[in-house]
Write a protein that binds this ligand. Sequence first.
Ligand SMILES: *Cc1c(COP(=O)(O)O)cnc(C)c1O
Length: 225
Amino acid sequence: MARGRNDITARIRALYNELPPQVTLVAVSKTRSDEEIREAYDAGQRVFGENKVQELVSKASRLPTDIEWHLIGHLQSNKVKFIAPFVSMIHSVDSLRLLSEINKEAGKCGRIIPCLLQFHIAREESKFGLDLEEAVVLLESEQYRSMRHIFIAGVMGMATFSTDVALVRKEFSNLREIFNTIRNQFFASSARFTYLSMGMSGDYPLAIEEGSNMVRIGSNIFGER
Ligand SMILES: *Cc1c(COP(=O)(O)O)cnc(C)c1O
């Protein structure tokens, strides 16, 4: 059931009490109304995540301009142009081709867009993402090295949707290792590779135990979708 105003405010407050200070909360607002998002905004929340370009663009046009919009869902290259003018972070980069398109469109807007590399860490076939080897190929490419309108700000991943705590923990710890490996190999001298985006409503405490510093939480704030 959807939550009312006081509930959303209370959930945001409870999360800020609970989350360690180094953890950024991305309030996942997909399928939620403008009114619900405003309630979270009025409670002080500024970072919101959407998984569909169309929905993101239309919400951004109506809601306060100091909201930082993160695209967290799969992104098709031909839709990058719609979000490039304003998006604050893209969590779902899973190919050099997509990154190149983001770079191109960000350039047209005179922007530099922070991007996360999405990794496939879950058992489910359906979840998008790179493996470590593919990411290394991407990061070693001349094409990537020449990009001036994006930077890689970290990594993102989704664990298997499961009540098997040991499995989910293992997947998060796997992503943390990927994060550390990439940081040491490619970003040792850069302060900009910082985000380990993992953890959703059902598994964020585990993700934080495994080192997450960016959680993407929807139903825990707004109620079941
Ligand atoms: C929907 C979604 C979330 C949030 O899911 P909840 O279970 O509602 O917290 C997080 N990340 C991604 C990529 C999503 O699509």
